[in-house]
Design a binder for this molecule. Structure first.
Ligand SMILES: [Zn+2]
Length: 366
């Protein structure tokens, strides 16, 4: 029964991130070039040829766009806060169910050192609760990004290099959510979550009432692939992370350990990883290798979030304090260290660009 059928039955796609990824690869040369660069950087981190310069936790400012077509879809603040709480546990390996990781994989469990806070300052510098509520006449949304623009019945993104944008709405076709991988078009950057799969209270409904859809989608936003490599059971592609076993296809529901595919015995699939498709109460870990990809992303394509972290208090401490902004770099030592890291990152990005230009020059000069 572990043999992959040559004609696998169509599966219900719970997540649309790969659909968007393939669409962008087909449409955009820029996206293809960006993805190649991002993948090269991830490989350097994954193989230990480059190590993370970041020390300590990074806090990502979040804006939640509640796009509602009915009073029920206009979820309350408590449901949004319950989602932020889940993210802050899952990305710190502080979730109580991490204790259920099988013994053989305990040492792989990673604290990704990423935290989330609803924005306290909006793009114009005004105080905000980080929640935008927009009524819509759309009955449901799909993966075409309509929810991300006012003109198409959704809500425009806040600057996506400064805020993690999360849209919460009604989704059709059995979709729980989707994300845009790093390297995509800025106006549509962020994650979209079905309101009944968002947070742990209010409209959140079992088996997706654990807030893990957002954990999974933000995993994509931070450059993690599905743990099975999206090869429809072929065992030929993986998630480009060395410490996650190669597995055939997505797992759903509540699998029993071990579930062996792709000759990955005796331990089998790491289906309890956030990047599989199992029920919310059956997923509870990221690995060390996944953390390296997240680090590569935060110091590469999403480095603006590290820079913003130090720039805000240094530039306008009074305004930020008045607006209730969290103090993100506590004292001068931290600021100096962060500025130094930022300088290093900027140099690295410049080197990358020079290398790319060099390649182009050599290619056309031949
Ligand atoms: Zn996914």
């Amino acid at each position: 029964m572990t043999e992959a059928s040559p004609f696998p039955a169509p599966r219900r796609d719970l997540c649309g991130a790969m659909h968007v990824h393939r669409r962008l690869l087909n449409q955009s040369m820029t996206y293809r070039a960006q993805r190649a660069r991002i993948e090269n950087r991830a490989l350097l981190y994954e193989t230990g040829r480059r190590s993370s310069a970041r020390r300590g936790v990074v806090t990502l400012p979040v804006v939640v766009h509640v796009v509602y077509g009915s009073p029920e879809q206009n979820i309350d603040d408590a449901q949004i806060h319950s989602q932020i709480d889940v993210l802050n546990r899952d990305f710190r390996a502080a979730n109580p169910d991490v204790a259920r990781v099988p013994e053989v994989w305990r040492t792989l469990v990673a604290d990704a050192e990423v935290e989330f806070a609803l924005a306290t300052v909006d793009p114009l510098g005004n105080p905000t609760d980080g929640i935008v509520r927009v009524p819509t006449d759309q009955t449901s949304f799909g993966t075409d990004d309509a929810v991300k623009a006012t003109a198409t019945g959704g809500s425009d993104a806040w600057p996506t290099d400064q805020y993690l944008n999360m849209w919460v709405c009604q989704l059709g076709g059995g979709l729980l959510g989707y994300a845009q991988f790093p390297g995509g078009p800025p106006p549509t950057d962020g994650v979209v979550i079905l309101h009944t799969a968002f947070g742990t209270t209010g409209t959140a409904a079992a088996p997706y009432a654990g807030g893990r859809t957002a954990t999974h989608e933000i995993g994509h936003w931070l450059d993690l692939f599905h743990i099975w490599g999206d090869d429809d059971g072929a065992c030929s592609n993986d998630d480009r992370v060395a410490d996650t076993p190669n597995q055939a296809d997505s797992n759903i529901g509540k699998p029993a350990f071990p579930h062996i595919t792709c000759d990955n015995g005796p331990n089998g699939d790491m289906f309890m990883n956030y990047m599989d498709y199992v029920d919310d109460d059956s997923m509870f870990m990221f690995t060390q290798g996944q953390r390296e990809r997240i680090n590569a992303c935060l110091e590469g394509a999403r480095a603006s979030f590290l820079v913003a972290r130090q720039a805000a208090p240094a530039k306008q401490p009074a305004a930020a304090a008045a607006a209730g902004a969290p103090v993100q770099a506590g004292h001068n030592g931290d600021v100096e260290r962060l500025l130094h890291d930022s300088e290093r990152l900027t140099k690295e990005v410049l080197t990358d660009i020079q290398n790319m230009l060099g390649l182009v020059g050599r290619g056309s000069g031949g």
